[in-house]
Design a protein around this ligand. Structure first.
Ligand SMILES: [Zn+2]
Ligand SMILES: [Zn+2]
Length: 439
């Protein structure tokens, strides 16, 4: 009885969109065939990393590849962004796949034969440049997926948009860039995709896919507080207003907000101070103190509430000492929000892609992604691909942004399979269509 009830309860899943990719044995072979190129591309891009908004060589390489595949290619979007449009022979839905292209101001220490020796300028300073976040692998995997999908053009019913995005790590000071700027320049205007998928390489079992529904990565905000006092000799604080003492109280009070005033059962929230600047000499109480920090949240209502409480607390603590506090917030990324229906829909495709490596759940990550801005426009799913070295305990794997960060190239085939499979399955049976079939 228990067994038959169980089989009844899983019945709808049997009717959920089967990974169409599974029914195309030649697809797995085509993906296998493109992998040596994917690895070559990844190594070449790794050796020639470019900082945010400076991805000129990478963009040219991508554009040349997409043109050679016969795609419609658009360049120069949000500075260096490249978009390839693959129109299937038959009409159908539009789906977008996204890879980010930029590297980081990090001096590589991996000792790999194709390690970066590039030095560049970042915000006025000379620095080594490295693909320490694995965006080299993202570009190479999406180039591979574009090649395999273009081979299917005659059978495709619909359109696939390949987005190669600059400046995911954030544009240099004083510049715009990234997903927000691509959208502002009309990325989704023509054609308009109805879903977007993207992935990130991550320390995890090689070839395993990691996903979660709803908030998978945090919204990231920076905040600045200026505490304005009144400068005075350190020997007679009563003649002025001491902004350093106010700052001491303020840091404690703000750190207590997530712990005492936020419903921690709803979603995590993090507030961290990163800079405190004030004063010039041991016996002068300065006129003001400037503080900066970051806020990470997974729920838009909680984010607004937390920001309002931080502003309120700053103002009132300053007031109690006769000082003033000016509070400002700047948003870098929204919550990377995986649409629940689309995430459910994507599971068979992801399972096909990961095969024996499997699909595993992942906890919310307090890092942020500007992929979230695409998900504010259309439903999207962002997931992670495990790329740790074989037989290495995960706590010993250098994390993203480390000068020792490396990608297990054997895992990249899972990423190409995921991107290819999701696009093919979406064109064959997008979620609403699949739901009608269930009825
Ligand atoms: Zn990164
Ligand atoms: Zn990244």
């Amino acid at each position: 009885m228990r067994l038959s009830l169980l089989s009844l309860s899983i019945l709808p899943f049997l009717y959920a969109p089967l990974a169409i990719a599974e029914q195309r044995p030649e697809l797995a072979q085509n993906i296998q065939n493109v992998m040596p190129k994917v690895i070559d591309w990844r190594r070449d891009i790794h050796q020639h990393p470019e900082l945010s908004n400076r991805e000129f060589r990478t963009a040219a390489k991508v554009a040349a590849h997409l043109e050679q595949l016969g795609l419609e290619v658009r360049t120069g979007i949000a500075h260096t962004g490249v978009v390839g449009i693959l129109k299937g022979a038959k009409p159908g839905p539009v789906v977008a796949l996204r890879a980010d292209m930029d590297a980081l101001p990090v001096t590589e220490q991996t000792g790999l034969p194709f390690a970066s020796k590039v030095v560049s300028e970042f915000n006025g300073q000379q620095t080594g440049v490295m693909h320490a976040c694995g965006h080299d692998a993202h570009v190479a995997m999406l180039m591979g997926a574009a090649e395999v999908l273009s081979q299917q053009q005659a059978e495709l019913a619909g359109t696939i948009m390949f987005i190669f995005q600059p400046a995911e790590e954030g544009p240099p000071a004083g510049e715009e860039g990234g997903a927000k700027m691509m959208l502002a320049e009309g990325l989704f205007a023509n054609p308009t995709p109805t879903a977007i998928f993207g992935l990130h390489v991550w320390p995890g079992e090689p070839g395993q896919l990691l996903v979660k529904t709803e908030g998978i990565m945090a919204a990231a905000d920076s905040f600045q507080i200026t505490v304005k006092g009144k400068q005075v000799h350190g020997s007679s604080p009563w003649r002025g207003i001491d902004p350093i003492n106010v700052t001491g109280q303020l840091i404690n009070a703000i750190n207590l907000i997530p712990a005492r005033q936020i419903d921690v059962t709803l979603a995590p929230a993090v507030v961290s101070f990163g800079q405190v600047h004030g004063g010039i000499r041991w016996n002068i109480i300065p006129d003001d103190v400037k503080l900066e920090g970051t806020i990470r949240t997974f729920d838009s209502g909680m984010r607004e509430d937390l920001i309002a409480r931080m502003a309120h607390t700053s103002e009132h603590i300053a007031k109690a000492s006769g000082a003033e506090a000016h509070f400002h917030v700047h948003n870098f990324a929204a919550v990377t929000w995986n649409d629940p229906a689309l995430t459910d829909w994507a599971m068979p495709s992801l399972k096909w892609a990961a095969a024996a490596n499997g699909v595993a759940p992942i906890k919310p990550i307090t890092g942020a992604e500007d992929f979230s801005f695409y998900q504010q426009q259309i439903p999207g799913v962002f997931f992670f691909l495990g790329i740790s070295p074989d037989n290495t305990p995960l706590n010993e794997v250098p994390p993203n942004h480390s000068p020792m960060f490396d990608v297990n190239e054997d895992a990249l085939i899972t990423g190409v399979r995921a991107l290819t499979g999701l696009a093919l399955d979406y064109l064959a049976a997008p979620p609403q269509q699949a739901a009608q079939e269930v009825k």
